[in-house]
Design a protein around this ligand. Structure first.
Ligand code: AMP
Ligand code: GLY
Length: 430
């Protein structure tokens, strides 16, 4: 690889804008292509959008070969679960992310639950079912609330926390009959409801060694006070105060190390970003809710805003199996992201609303998600539209700076939560 690298990032959300922006800050990087990207990546220096779908591996490989791309970074989970990294490797191209077999940690909840159980990694009790009758019999022995999950990828829509056994049974019946989620629901996992506070624990791994990113927390519920329907995430901040030094070291010892060792032993060594969604109980015990085989969205936005080490050198070291020789450091300040969404999200919404005020923003970085350029203007093009991100010496300060910027930006129907970080702010005031 030359000293001046060309990088290709696949995906077009806020995560990919933040990853590409951070990669482009390296003096070793000449250009970052983003496929397909969004208006934010189109306007950013050194970045160039390419209109190829992240799932069109043939076209991506052809592009990487013809443009002499040195490194491809896969943003979303779908192409990873479908084997994007394996296809690039067969073509002799460097591609950062887990192989298809390693990406099962996100692609199959039943694989992951069996894996966690086998290696003694803390998680909720569970059973997997393919048939309604057996699932119903099991549910008759359970006490609600109880968690029902579709086995495959369902973009966050495959989880129902049932408040009664009757609701649990009808959810299982819907999922197994394929009425709700085609494909993803041919098997269900029924899981113990875990109580506590959630945190996102993301690492970079090289198959054996790893480095942890700064911790973070996201807000998945659509409305203030963590109420309303589940979304991809309405905001996030880093660090997560619930992850104390003790919780951090427990997570490394009880979760991360045995996971990487187990995946290696199973013949699926894990290279890439690995995101553990944790539930931390009152005693500070972490349990795994889920694994994701990619960076979090919107967690990427605050974490990349704090990352001081060059991201591209971390990824190259991971591909080369040299993370043990590498260090990682973070800005000690808090970073906080407020997501601005289209009116109606996570339900149906309209695209094409002109976004104004973006140029006036000061003291915050605006990562784009669902945006595109139309007649020279930035317009909405998705549910989650922008991730407005600010750094501060406290969560409160980061929150105030982010909301000052949010208030400068407007588009028809814009929705956002007004309380991102409220739990952490309450801790600061305690
Ligand atoms: P998942 O798609 O597995 O990330 O689940 C989405 C959300 O549902 C999680 O972020 C949690 O808020 C919630 N959830 C999932 N599983 C559990 C569980 N076993 N106990 C409590 N909450 C859960
Ligand atoms: N913010 C949750 C996720 O990326 O899955």
């Amino acid at each position: 690889m030359g000293l001046v690298m060309k990088v290709l990032v696949t995906g077009g959300g806020g995560r990919e804008h933040a990853l590409a922006w951070r990669i482009a800050q390296s003096s070793a990087v000449e250009k970052v292509f983003v496929a397909p990207g969004n208006a934010g990546t189109e306007l950013e220096e050194k970045l160039q959008n390419v209109s190829i779908s992240p799932m069109d591996f043939d076209a991506l490989i052809e592009f990487a070969q013809s443009e002499k791309v040195d490194l491809t970074v896969v943003g979303p989970e779908d192409p990873l679960v479908a084997g994007c990294v394996d296809r690039f490797a067969e073509a002799g191209l460097r591609c950062f992310g887990p192989s298809k077999s390693a990406a099962q940690l996100e692609g199959s909840k039943s694989f992951t639950k069996a894996f966690l159980k086998k290696y003694g990694i803390p998680t909720g009790d569970y059973r997997a079912f393919d048939e309604i009758e057996a699932a119903d019999e099991y549910l008759d022995t359970q006490i609600p609330p109880i968690v029902i999950k579709a086995d495959g990828l369902a973009a966050g829509k495959g989880v129902v926390i049932a408040q009664s056994i009757r609701e649990a049974k009808s959810t299982v019946a819907d999922m197994l009959s394929g009425n709700v989620l085609s494909g993803a629901g041919s098997r269900v996992v029924i899981e113990e409801f875990l109580e506590g506070e959630e945190a996102s624990f993301i690492i970079i791994a090289d198959g054996e060694n790893f480095l942890p990113f700064a911790t973070s927390q996201d807000h998945k519920a659509a409305y203030d006070g963590d109420t309303g329907p589940n979304t991809g995430g309405m905001g996030a901040y880093s660090p997560a105060p619930v992850v104390t030094a003790e919780v951090f070291s427990r997570t490394i010892d009880q979760v991360i190390k045995p996971t990487l060792q187990g995946m290696k032993d199973e013949g699926h060594p894990y290279t890439g970003f690995l995101y553990a969604g944790l539930m931390i109980d009152k005693e500070g015990r972490p349990r795994v809710i889920e694994y994701n085989c990619r960076f979090g969205d919107p967690e990427t936005q605050p974490i990349m805003s704090r990352l001081q080490t060059e991201l591209v050198s971390l990824m190259v070291a991971a591909i080369d199996g040299r993370l043990n020789e590498t260090e990682i450091s973070f800005d000690p300040r808090v970073a906080l992201t407020v997501v601005m969404a289209s009116g109606g999200y996570p339900g149906s919404y309209e695209n094409g609303k002109v976004i104004s005020g973006l140029r006036e923003v000061e003291g915050a970085k605006v990562f784009h998600a669902g945006t595109t350029m139309k007649d020279g203007e930035v317009v909405t093009n998705g549910g989650r539209v922008l991730g407005v991100t600010a750094l501060g010496s406290s969560v409160l300060e980061a929150n105030e700076k982010a909301y000052a910027a949010v208030n400068q930006i407007s588009f028809n129907g814009a929705e956002f939560r007004t309380d991102i970080g409220y739990r952490a702010i309450a801790r600061e005031n305690a």
